[in-house]
Unconditional design. Structure first.
Length: 502
């Protein structure tokens, strides 16, 4: 009997290890295969039992359910996992193997399409690889949405004795977990993507900058790098090509601002994680002053798909300038939270009300914060907006890392606006005045409004404009998005505070 159980952090936090121990005790002859999560977090721990080659799921499994799972009588049976609505409605490209394979089995990875992209890239010149990525329309999935091909071409064209690939795995946004899911559930796709990037731009060295709050992901990635190196996927002779690319894992100390690429590079160099002024761009003077590609986990993990299936195949998904798929992370006060990968263009209303099933509390949805703690609060009236970079921007929003945090009608958006300013004040690196001082003054100003000083509202608006235009990086520059969206779309929350004080 083959039984699949996630070793993903979310599943473990919900009791997966206890279920595994119970199954081993009850059925020592069973073959237990640890996988990543399927992304249906509301069903974790999800136990899958293979029956005639088909994996049947048992959701929200507890130790007391083990006997019924083993003999097939459990009331928690879900049927074939691939037939579940959540799975059938997805377009899984980047996450195609997550939940299916043993993350540290390189042969299993290859059997499910792994390394095809790298072998194809080996036969191409650096310029041809860059052209393929450009043709795919892939954009940075970490927040800014910058075209990946343009960044790679800049590094490719730079003349330098050493170049680097740096993966930004400092996933610090609230409600986001896609990077962690990839690293814990399919680490070889990230390694393969970084190797292709190295071949593309002429970089022989790569680094994954991982956050210290992800110990499981760190352990899996380190072991995966060792396995890949031992199998010749990394090293002085990548898959027998005569070309060199190797990499290592570095762990940060836990600063949110190190998600900004230049602060990350400073931290990677052993310096204080403060933002650098640009220019020069990291693509020209990045890690140790050399040309450096800095890409997010999902961006790099998607590259092997593009080379396996072709740039045209990938670009065929999406809408407008948002090509391919978006990895939606549905969290907050929501009935069904998890990761859902689909083509760009799905509406926010479909995600929240249909896929997410509305709020966990059963109360009406009030708003969804899209794009992490620096993202705007989108009201229900704008739920018809299709999820794409430009489409959301036109509504005053920010797609960012595609994290969606749902709030019901009991949420106080004035207090959430205050939290955004307080978060910025706490996490600011202190390099620039608009962020360092502006966020502190923002908290004070919102407190004045909460105390009944309506005259402080124009001051808050002016302060947000100053932070947006004058901050050195996105931390101070994007903090106005949640603040102003709360003020614009939910004025009653601000007025109610004023009236209560009177």
């Amino acid at each position: 009997m083959k039984i699949y159980i996630p070793m993903d952090s979310a599943a473990k936090a919900l009791g997966a290890e206890e279920v595994v121990a119970a199954i081993r005790a009850a059925a020592p002859e069973a073959e237990i295969i640890r996988t990543g999560t399927r992304g249906m977090i509301w069903l974790e721990p999800l136990v899958e039992v293979e029956i005639d080659g088909v994996r049947h799921g048992y959701g929200l499994a507890k130790v007391g359910d083990v006997a019924g799972i083993l003999d097939g009588s459990s009331a928690k049976a879900l049927g074939p996992v691939e037939d579940l609505d959540w799975m059938k409605r997805q377009t899984r490209l980047t996450f195609a193997r997550v939940g299916l394979i043993d993350p540290l089995d390189l042969a299993d990875y290859a059997a499910h399409g792994g390394l095809i992209g790298l072998r194809r890239a080996i036969a191409m010149s650096g310029a041809e690889i860059v052209a393929e990525v450009t043709k795919s329309g892939l954009r940075g999935r970490g927040g800014a949405g910058f075209p990946t091909g343009i960044k790679w071409k800049t590094v490719h064209d730079a003349d330098a004795p050493q170049k680097y690939i740096v993966c930004n795995a400092d996933e610090g946004d609230s409600g986001t977990f896609a990077d962690r899911m990839i690293m814990e559930g399919d680490p070889f796709t990230l390694i393969e993507g970084m190797a292709i990037a190295g071949l593309a731009v002429g970089a022989t060295r790569g680094y994954v900058y991982l956050r210290s709050e992800y110990p499981d992901a760190t352990a899996v990635m380190r072991r995966a790098v060792e396995i890949a190196r031992g199998a010749g996927v990394l090293g002085a002779d990548v898959l027998g090509s005569g070309r060199t690319f190797d990499m290592e894992i570095r762990v940060g100390a836990g600063a949110y601002v190190c998600g900004e690429e230049t602060a990350l590079l400073n931290s990677l160099e052993g310096k204080r994680g403060v933002v650098r002024a640009k220019p020069p761009l990291p693509a020209l003077e990045g890690f140790l002053g050399r040309p450096t590609v800095v890409n997010n986990v999902i961006s790099l993990a998607t590259v092997p798909v593009i080379f396996e299936k072709g740039a045209e195949y990938y670009a065929d998904f999406g809408l407008g300038r948002s090509r391919g798929t978006v990895t939606l992370q549905i969290a907050g006060n929501v009935a069904r939270g998890g990761l859902f990968e689909t083509a760009f263009g799905i509406t926010l209303g479909e995600v929240v009300n249909d896929l997410g099933g509305g709020t966990m509390t059963g109360r009406p949805v009030k708003a969804v914060q899209v794009g992490g703690p620096l993202g705007a609060y989108v009201p229900v009236g704008n739920f018809d907006v299709p999820l794409g970079y430009e489409e959301l921007d036109a509504k005053g929003g920010l797609l960012g890392h595609a994290g969606l945090v749902v709030f019901d009608d009991s949420a106080d958006l004035l207090q959430m606006a205050r939290f955004a300013m307080e978060f910025c004040a706490v996490e600011s690196c202190g390099k620039c005045t608009p962020c360092r001082i502006g966020a502190v003054r923002g908290v004070e100003t919102i407190d004045r409004i909460a105390a009944g000083d309506g005259a402080a509202i124009p001051l808050l608006t002016d302060l947000c404009e100053t932070m947006k235009d004058g901050s050195l990086c996105a931390l101070g520059g994007f903090t106005p998005f949640p603040v102003m969206s709360a003020l614009t779309h939910f004025p009653n929350d601000f007025a109610t505070q004023k009236e209560a004080a009177e």
